[in-house]
Design a protein around this ligand. Sequence first.
Ligand SMILES: [Zn+2]
Length: 106
Amino acid sequence: MGIAEQVMLDKEYNDDLIEFLKGLLENNELTGSAQGISKLVIDKGVDSVSKKQKYVIDSIIDTYRDKYACETCSNGNIARLTDHLFIAEYGLCPMCDNDREKFMED
Ligand SMILES: [Zn+2]
């Protein structure tokens, strides 16, 4: 089962996906059909798109996860898709960033 299909089963995950896609649009990471389908998911929810369109969403997620992987934990500490937006900005995931701050304080 693809990620977009799992999302339908889980409200919290769905909200995370919507936030994630909004972030990608804001960062101009998406073009063409990827952009169109993402907007559709944001407006109407992931259950409104076809199976084929869900594959597009899944491939967006895969691409982005590879592109913005956490340098420290190699995505081992990633709990949400939106963590990758954080990585895009800071180079590591929120949990590793938190650990690093603690380390700096000691
Ligand atoms: Zn990490």
